[in-house]
Design a protein around this ligand. Structure first.
Ligand code: ADP
Ligand code: 5GP
Length: 216
């Protein structure tokens, strides 16, 4: 076993793609960051966006920040496996980046909205779909409020995000798993349990490794 409990057999596995969607404020970033810190070999897919960086966000780490002109040029050239407009900005997943992470054997987290997840479902035959729900709309509101300073503009933005949350949550049945992020620790454990179970699927074992070692 290695330090973080990943066996050598699991290390022979191919990488997987995990598509994570949630209404804004449900705790997706919190859960994804914790998973990546606590689990070996889980990496983010860094999306391209036209949204300006928020304080503390680093280019090519949180997002690759580009102009709308450049984004549309890339989209026209087929650079994105999916892209969508969310809250007035454009976001897209680079096919090249995704392929190179999966080839390297990483489990890749795609933090994307429900429109993007629907596009990926059509273009990829593999992928594990996870939807994160808040325990209630009132908890969602208080998490959004906590994250923002309450200027008039931001209060209107919270109302827009809540209205959108109701629409997004209607899509939960299109996902393989649903995590209700109520008690944080329990949601973190559930997220990790999904990744662990998916890593153990027989289809993810490297058949060359099995042939060359166990059946040699
Ligand atoms: P998202 O990425 O889905 O928009 P965040 O991860 O930024 O959401 O979480 C929104 C806010 O809720 C943050 O302030 C975060 O610390 C808080 N939060 C996340 N999960 C929980 C939880 N289980 N209990 C309480 N607060 C939480
Ligand atoms: P934020 O601007 O708050 O980081 O993200 C807003 C929303 O855009 C979130 O729901 C997030 O999942 C989604 N998003 C981020 N990157 C992508 C992407 O590459 N494609 C799609 N479709 N949505 C994305």
């Amino acid at each position: 076993m290695t330090e973080r409990g990943v066996s050598t057999v699991q290390k022979k596995n191919k990488g997987g793609i995990f598509i994570i969607s949630a209404p804004s404020g449900a705790g997706k970033s919190t859960l994804c960051s914790h998973l990546m810190e606590s689990t070996e070999n889980v990496l983010p897919s860094v999306s391209y966006t036209t949204r300006p960086p928020r304080q503390g966000e680093i280019n090519d780490v949180h997002y690759t920040f580009i102009s709308e002109k450049k984004f549309r040029e890339m989209a026209a050239k087929g650079a994105f496996v999916e892209w969508a407009q969310v809250h007035g900005n454009l976001y897209g997943t680079s096919g090249r980046r995704l392929k190179s992470l999966v080839r390297a054997g990483a489990d890749v987290l795609l933090d994307i909205d429900v429109q993007g997840a629907a596009q990926i479902r059509k273009s990829l035959d593999s992928g594990v779909y996870i939807f994160i729900m808040p325990p209630s709309l009132s908890v969602l509101r208080s998490r959004l409020e906590k994250r923002m300073s309450n200027t008039k503009e931001q209060l209107a933005d919270i109302e827009r995000r809540l209205a959108r949350a109701r629409d997004e949550m209607k899509h939960y049945k299109q996902y393989d798993y649903v995590i209700v992020n109520d008690a944080l620790k329990s949601a973190q454990q559930q997220f990790k349990a999904i990744i662990t179970a998916e890593r153990l699927r027989s289809g993810r074992l490297d058949s060359h490794w099995i042939r060359n070692t166990l059946f040699a």
